[in-house]
Design a protein around this ligand. Structure first.
Ligand code: ZN
Length: 294
């Protein structure tokens, strides 16, 4: 735990901010920070205290997905603790920023892809809050918020980035290793367009909590490189990702500010009502649930 104030499990849910941001710590540079909160969760510690402040004139809750200084790699992120912490401070709509690889020439390095669907290839991540009775099954049709997706895509032009949000399928790998040539080819045959490491299970946990969830992916590389038709780049390296993130640093932060400024005031109808509002005393989410969210 840090020096931040603490929100304990026994405390009432605080309505600190209904817009959430999850991404690299750098986004904090664009937030007029009010305070940091260590949020206690039934699932362990989040990767960072939740930062409450203002971006583009709107109240936001920001969580640095990989901690400060990127000390928690994707496969080790406690996604349940992170999402639950944002939920506890009032988040209803969540914008996620990631760095992804492209599997197709048409989606270029430096472009922004806005996924509309996903394929889960993770193996070791806990991806549900609903492990107890009664069973709660729900549709994963259109898993990303269509309203937030439109907002993100419409903001790309304004910051000088090319956006893609027409049927963009993201395959989420486990990592830390990148894809083999055979895997990359298989993903393309499956219809995947981009490859990433952090969007899943955020997207499905957000749905379980009744949040709108939209993701924008800065394309930093072409996965296995010149094995992709029409591509003449080297296979992805961590250095390559870091270099591209640095190169597009200002524009991705500008994009986040634009999205926060323009995003709808309320949750959309699509993202409400996916989850059966059955209750169970044994269920930590339901024990701390917000009646207004379901
Ligand atoms: Zn929505």
């Amino acid at each position: 735990m840090s020096d931040a104030a603490t929100l304990s499990l026994g405390d009432d849910i605080q309505e600190m901010a209904d817009i959430g941001i999850v991404g690299g710590y750098g986004f904090a540079d664009r937030i007029d920070i009010d305070r940091e909160i260590d949020v206690e969760t039934p699932f362990g510690e989040p990767t960072h205290p939740v930062i409450i402040g203002e971006m583009a004139g709107r109240k936001v809750a920001f969580l640095s997905r990989h901690g400060r200084g990127r000390n928690v790699p994707s496969q080790s992120v406690n996604f349940r603790a992170n999402l639950f912490a944002l939920y506890r401070v009032g988040v209803r709509r969540l914008v996620s920023a990631t760095a992804n690889g492209s599997l197709r020439k048409e989606i270029g390095v430096g472009d922004v892809a806005v996924p509309t669907d996903y394929i889960d290839r993770t193996k070791r991540r806990v991806d549900t809050f609903f492990d107890d009775y009664p069973p709660r099954h729900f549709s994963s049709m259109q898993p990303f918020c269509p309203s937030l997706n439109d907002t993100i895509e419409s903001c790309c032009d304004a910051v000088g980035l090319t956006g893609h949000n027409e049927d963009v399928t993201m395959v989420n790998i486990e990592g830390p290793r990148f894809s083999t040539e055979a895997e990359s080819e298989m993903f393309r045959q499956w219809g995947a367009d981009i490859v990433g490491g952090s969007t899943y299970p955020e997207v499905t946990l957000a749905r379980e909590l009744g949040m709108c969830y939209g993701n924008f992916a800065l394309i930093t590389d072409y996965d296995v490189g010149d094995s992709i038709p029409g591509i003449e780049e080297e296979p992805v390296t961590l250095q390559m990702i870091d270099d591209r993130l640095a190169e597009y640093n200002t524009q991705t932060r500008d994009l986040m500010e634009q999205v926060i400024e323009r995003m709808p005031a309320e949750r959309c109808e699509h993202c409400q009502g996916h989850v059966d509002p059955a209750t169970s005393e044994a269920d930590p989410v339901w024990e701390h649930r917000r009646p207004d969210m379901f």
